[in-house]
Design a protein around this ligand. Structure first.
Ligand code: ADP
Ligand code: ZN
Length: 210
């Protein structure tokens, strides 16, 4: 199954992507993680993306489209994949269609802006593997270290309050129109993000069975 997860930054797309990945054994592909990895490795792509990302703006369409094209061509995507954070604009969705990529379902995880602000301020990510945590809602059992790989947990630069405000604005302007795009295509399921991660996961898995 080829899936897209939509939702504001901090809606929990990454967390739910992992849950689906475990359940269906298909890769979860996060453009944000791919870009952060490139940044860490000092590649040309990373350098190109850095200023946009730090400001809370979107990286130009042609850059992320090229990333996704390359990633989806890899062997492990043959039996399906979960896109987390792509597409984020209508032109990106159109590019996916133009590549001939068939999307079976699009899940939109809806969470109010106030909740987002609260969540992102407590978010921590693993410097090494990119796993995501929250100091209150999803702490690592190893404290300041990653449960999965022992890496150091850090605050993302774009999780600062001012940048979060900008990211939410960008989300409403550029990404939310995708709900209509996929609703018209008959592919959209809206999921109300719950307070408990597990409750949201239950709704997500139910939506995949339907
Ligand atoms: P979140 O969903 O929490 O905002 P991501 O890790 O998905 O975080 O993305 C972080 C940043 O990476 C975005 O703010 C943007 O700058 C860049 N980015 C990721 N995916 C895309 C995309 N599809 N189009 C443009 N920019 C992107
Ligand atoms: Zn880790």
């Amino acid at each position: 199954m080829n899936l897209i997860l939509l939702g504001a930054p901090g809606a929990g797309k990454g967390t739910q992507a992992e849950v689906i990945c475990d359940k269906l054994q298909i890769p979860a592909i996060s453009t944000g993680n791919i870009i952060r990895e490139a940044l860490k490795n000092g590649t040309e792509l990373g350098q190109k993306a850095k200023s946009y990302m730090d400001a809370g703006s979107l990286v130009p369409d042609e850059v992320v489209i090229a990333i996704i094209k390359e990633r989806l061509a890899q062997e492990d995507c043959k039996n399906g994949f979960i896109l987390d954070g792509f597409p984020r604009t209508v032109p990106q969705a159109e590019a996916l269609d133009a590549m001939g990529v068939v999307i079976h379902k699009v899940l939109d995880i809806e969470v109010p802006d106030e909740t987002i602000q609260k969540r992102l301020s407590g978010r921590r990510v693993c410097e090494s593997c990119g796993a995501s945590y929250h100091v209150d809602f999803k702490p690592s059992s190893k404290g300041e270290m990653c449960d999965k790989c022992g890496g150091k947990l850090v605050i993302r630069k774009d999780d600062q309050p001012e940048t979060v405000k900008e990211r939410l604005k960008v989300y409403h302007e550029s990404t939310e129109p995708l709900c209509d795009y996929y609703r018209k295509a008959g592919k959209l399921t809206v999921i109300e993000g719950q307070e408990e991660v597990a409750q949201t996961s239950a709704l997500v898995l139910k939506a995949l069975e339907a």
